[in-house]
Structures are given as structure tokens and as C-alpha cells.
Design a protein around this ligand. Structure first.
Ligand code: XBP
Ligand code: MG
Length: 232
């Protein structure tokens, strides 16, 4: 579908996914998971290829549970919660060091969206602590006031590809889904946004480069300007 699908005036808000969309964060997540496993004395180690496969399961706790099930390990919710808390602590420290920049064009799109008087939001599967660390480290603490809604893992327990986090986000915005555009990087994220009735622009990310992005309204190529595509 061409850019006419996003003619200016045809939308009132943009909802951003976080991991793989705002920034290439999944390698930092992978390092944090492995650090948490080491800290717990577990001989588990997720290499890149294994993590790419595990990313088909959204949500860090759900991902650990899926790994344990595949390894025929007895499910242990308390262990999963401990590991995930430890992982989140390592991940937010990595992000706070400032080594994870926003992806090209993202800050320009956020600035242009604000300048056009349109609403900004976040709809993600990741934990709120991770969002706070990334926004603070990249846009600064004042940026939290730019977002009319921040819907996270804590907002909608049922994770993408379920539409729940998008349904919660545009309910808070008080907008019709047809007037909201989602920016996503993965099959699961695109599916969730489309099921919620949004138009979706897909920006292929490193860890989801093999995903089927065909359900997106439009897939942007590397280097293509999101702001220009949206007439901003
Ligand atoms: C990506 C995810 C998250 C992260 C890890 O979220 O599925 O689970 O991989 O973060 P999105 P948590 O692309 O929707 O931003 O460990 O906090 O889940
Ligand atoms: Mg994502």
C-alpha cells in the first residue's frame, strides 16, 4: 500500500512499540537474561540464534517459562519471577549507561508528531521499568510528559500478538482505532495492532528481520523517513 494510506489529517495519534522499534534493545535484553541466569547459578545461556527463536514468545517471564518447558524443566513461578526481576535490574542498568540510542528517524518522528499537535503513545510487551530507563536515557525525563499513554506489560497481562495492550492504549487515548497508527517491528506486534484495528507501519529490526511483516499496512525500508511517509 502506498503512502496515501497515511495521508496527513487521516490520523490523530501514533503508538510506538518499544523493543526493536524505538531502539534495538533485544541484544541488551539477551545479555541481561544471561547475567540473571549466571547470578542464580544456572548453567543456562541463550545465544543469538536461540534468543531469536525464543523471541517468538513475547514477555520476559513467558519467554523463560517457554524455555523451561522446552527443556522439560519443572515449572517454578517463584524462580521465574526472581530471574525476571534480576534480569530487569541488569537491563535497566545497561540502558541507563546510555549505550542504546533511539533508532534512526524515531526522535525526528516524535518531534514532528508533537509539532503537528498529534498524540503520542507507547504500546509494548516490555516491563514499565524498561520503558522508563530507555525514555530517560534517550529523550530525557521531561519526555514522559509528551506521551498521552504508556501501555506496558503491567497494563495488559495478555501479551502480543493479543491486541489487549493496543486496546488499552487507545481506550486511554479516547480515539477510534482507525485514527491511530502503530509503529512496530515484529510479526507479533503487527498482528496485535492489526487485530486492534490500527494501521501499522513496520520497521524491520535486527532480531525480527526474519519475521513475516506482510500483515503491516506498510513496511518501510532502511533509511526511509517515517516522518515523511506520514506527511509530518
Ligand atoms: C518485546 C518483548 C519483551 C522484551 C523483554 O516487547 O517481547 O518481552 O523482549 O522485556 P515489545 P521484558 O517489542 O512489545 O516492546 O523482559 O520486560 O518482557
Ligand atoms: Mg517490538
Amino acid at each position: 500500500m502506498n503512502g496515501a494510506a497515511f495521508a496527513s489529517g487521516s490520523f490523530d495519534a501514533i503508538l510506538f512499540d518499544v523493543d526493536g522499534t524505538l531502539a534495538e534493545t533485544e541484544e541488551a535484553h539477551r545479555l541481561a537474561f544471561n547475567a540473571a541466569f549466571r547470578e542464580a547459578g544456572l548453567a543456562w545461556h541463550w545465544d543469538e540464534a536461540q534468543y531469536r527463536a525464543l523471541l517468538k514468545v513475547t514477555g520476559g517471564k513467558e519467554r523463560i517459562a517457554a524455555f523451561m518447558q522446552a527443556e522439560n524443566l519443572a515449572m517454578d513461578a517463584a524462580l521465574i519471577a526472581r530471574l525476571h526481576a534480576s534480569k530487569t535490574s541488569v537491563y535497566t542498568r545497561i540502558v541507563a549507561e546510555g549505550s542504546l540510542p533511539l533508532r534512526p528517524g524515531i526522535e525526528k518522528l516524535i518531534t514532528a508528531t508533537r509539532a503537528a499537535g498529534l498524540a503520542l503513545g507507547i504500546a509494548t510487551t516490555t516491563s514499565r521499568a524498561n520503558i522508563d530507563a530507555l525514555i530517560s536515557a534517550t529523550l530525557g525525563p521531561e519526555a514522559f510528559g509528551w506521551f498521552s499513554v504508556i501501555a506496558s506489560a503491567e497494563t495488559a497481562p495478555l501479551k502480543k500478538p493479543a491486541p489487549d495492550v493496543y486496546l488499552a492504549a487507545f481506550e486511554t487515548l479516547g480515539l477510534d482505532p482507525a485514527r491511530v497508527i502503530a509503529i512496530e517491528d515484529s510479526f507479533n506486534g503487527i498482528r496485535a495492532a492489526r487485530e486492534a484495528g490500527l494501521r501499522v507501519i513496520a520497521t524491520p529490526s535486527f532480531y525480527c528481520s526474519g519475521d513475516d511483516l506482510s500483515e503491516a499496512t506498510r513496511v518501510v525500508e532502511a533509511g526511509e523517513s517515517l516522518a515523511a511517509l506520514l506527511g509530518l
